[in-house]
Design a protein around this ligand. Structure first.
Ligand code: GRF
Length: 199
């Protein structure tokens, strides 16, 4: 069995990418084969280069052909992971990678997701809602932001004295455990071609 080739799309600092790079080092199940970004200055690009992983900087993230070419570049991706990718993936790319494209979101979907819900705003919304818990969700990507079937979640408590920053840090910690766990489990199951839910 050869390792599942994972392409990671990232726009930001790339701590989730780093968690994947670390967890997949020496794994026979999966490996990060390429990092694709819309921002040449993204920390994620730096992290990829430090690990000797190929990178692609998109000139136009709305260009379906450009993104497909990056995903198909040797070696072609079998699983696509959105890890802090802030652009909408063109629907033809979503369709091509149906049940093989996943996203991580820093809240317990279906709450606190959707267009414009990223970064600090997510944690502000959780605090404003008075929820006792937050967490991280890994879900399949479909044509709408944060709406595809949920694969797995990790929960954290919301504390009375939390700020968006303290809550974000607590959630990020569980993201770093959750994302590699899901990627490795999907790879272990041979990249199922229908949605799965992982406990
Ligand atoms: C994470 O909170 C992730 O859930 C969200 O964007 C953030 C990315 O952080 N989609 P990083 O770039 O992985 O550090």
């Amino acid at each position: 069995m050869t390792a599942v080739r994972v392409a990671v799309l990232a726009s930001g600092g790339g701590t989730n990418l780093q968690a994947l790079l670390d967890a997949l080092t020496d794994s026979p199940l999966a490996r990060v084969a390429r990092v694709i970004t819309n921002r040449p200055d993204a920390g994620a690009v730096q992290r990829a280069r430090q690990s000797g992983v190929a990178t692609t900087v998109l000139r136009d993230p709305t260009d379906t052909a450009e993104l497909l070419a990056a995903l198909d570049a040797t070696p072609g991706a079998e699983l696509v992971v959105l890890a802090g990718y802030l652009k909408l993936v063109p629907s033809a790319v979503v369709a091509r990678f149906r049940w093989r494209m996943i996203n991580i979101h820093p809240a317990l979907l279906p709450a606190h997701g959707g267009p414009g819900m990223y970064g600090r705003r997510v944690h502000e919304a959780v605090l404003a809602s008075g929820a006792a818990e937050s967490g991280a969700t890994v879900h399949y990507v479909d044509e709408q932001y944060d709406r595809g079937p949920i694969i797995a979640q990790a929960r954290v408590p919301v504390r009375p004295d939390d700020t968006p920053e303290t809550l974000a840090a607590r959630v990020l910690e569980v993201e770093h455990e959750l994302l590699p766990r899901v990627v490795l489990e999907l790879a272990r199951r041979g990249m199922p071609n229908e949605p799965v839910r992982i406990a």
